[in-house]
Design a protein around this ligand. Structure first.
Ligand SMILES: Nc1nc2c(ncn2[C@@H]2O[C@H](COP(=O)(O)OP(=O)(O)O)[C@@H](O)[C@H]2O)c(=O)[nH]1
Ligand SMILES: [Mg+2]
Length: 281
């Protein structure tokens, strides 16, 4: 985490210049620098990402919990019971959902939909450049299952350096720890790109030969299908042979999401049903 702590009376413009200087020095995106504002500053408009001291401690606590450096907050016995139920052959307390796919397909937005929190946990924006730079995790509980969502940068881009790709894969595996991992291969429903033709091979190369057995394809921008008057079933039947082949290789497991809707609960429930069916096999 790159934190820039500023004193009382700081000038936002000067802080921004400092961030730009750091961006040139380190090569890190300006979004990666988070300014920690002094105690009395509240949520004002600044030209940079910032944390109040309270936000900072909350985030650090969450990170420490995710990495299990400190115990998670106590839960009621009913919740503990459901978390210890068996899923397939694994006795699990959590399920990891790893968001994979090309940049701009909607991984971060999907992560936020699954987490269902008032404040988005992952940064998601329309951009010609990749927005998410590092793997990140956040947790929630869905119908009694503890779910850890792992957002990733586009690690299957042919342009990416192999050292960066390896770093992302290692980080991703670290964040998953020993819980069952489900890969959500995120794709834009009306845009199947050349880079996606052999994406399953890339997933297997990174996460092992059996990764596709743990993969669900998650299509975003479901409203585009609705606007075209096409059902999801018809879309799957009529899609390009290469995409159809990817769906088949993933055992036909796919779900449709619309991240810009207020009716997000239903689609998350359907996703979790697909996840549970797959893990219970
Ligand atoms: N309309 C619509 N926009 C979406 C959807 N999912 C993502 N987006 C938008 O697509 C852009 C890229 O999303 P982002 O989550 O940053 O993609 P990522 O690079 O894969 O993490 C953002 O502007 C999102 O708001 C969706 O289901 N519907
Ligand atoms: Mg992203």
């Amino acid at each position: 985490m790159c934190l820039l702590v500023v004193k009382d009376g700081f000038l936002p413009q000067e802080v921004w210049q400092q961030i730009e200087k750091l961006h040139h020095l380190t090569g890190k995106h300006t979004d990666e620098f988070i300014v920690v504002v002094p105690l009395r500053c509240k949520h004002e408009e600044y030209p940079f990402k910032f944390y109040t001291v309270e936000d900072l401690f909350k985030t650090l606590r969450k990170l420490a919990e995710v990495r299990e450096l400190i115990p998670t907050k106590k839960r009621s016995s009913a919740q503990t019971h459901t978390q210890n139920r068996k899923i397939g052959n694994h006795s699990v307390t959590k399920v990891n959902l790893v968001l994979l796919g090309m940049s701009g397909t909607g991984k971060s937005a999907t992560g936020n939909t699954i987490l269902g929190k008032r404040t988005p946990q992952f940064f998601s924006e329309a951009s010609s450049k990749p927005i998410t730079r590092e793997c990140q995790a956040a947790e929630t509980e869905i119908n009694g299952t503890r779910v850890r969502v792992i957002d990733t940068p586009d690690m299957f881009d042919d342009e990416i350096k192999s050292s960066d790709k390896n770093r992302h894969v290692t980080m991703c595996k670290q964040l998953c720890q020993s819980d069952p991992c489900v890969y959500l291969l995120v794709m834009h429903v009306s845009r199947f790109t050349d880079g996606e033709r052999d994406i399953l091979r890339k997933v297997e190369e990174a996460f092992g030969r059996r990764a596709k057995e743990q993969t669900i394809i998650l299509f975003t921008r479901g409203e585009e299908l609705q606007r075209a008057g096409m059902s999801f079933e018809a879309f799957l039947q009529e899609c390009q042979p290469e995409l159809n082949n990817i769906v088949k290789q993933c055992g036909g497991r796919c779900v449709l999401f619309e991240n810009k809707t207020s009716r997000q609960h239903q689609q998350v429930t359907e996703l979790m049903q697909t996840v549970n069916r797959m893990l219970n096999k």
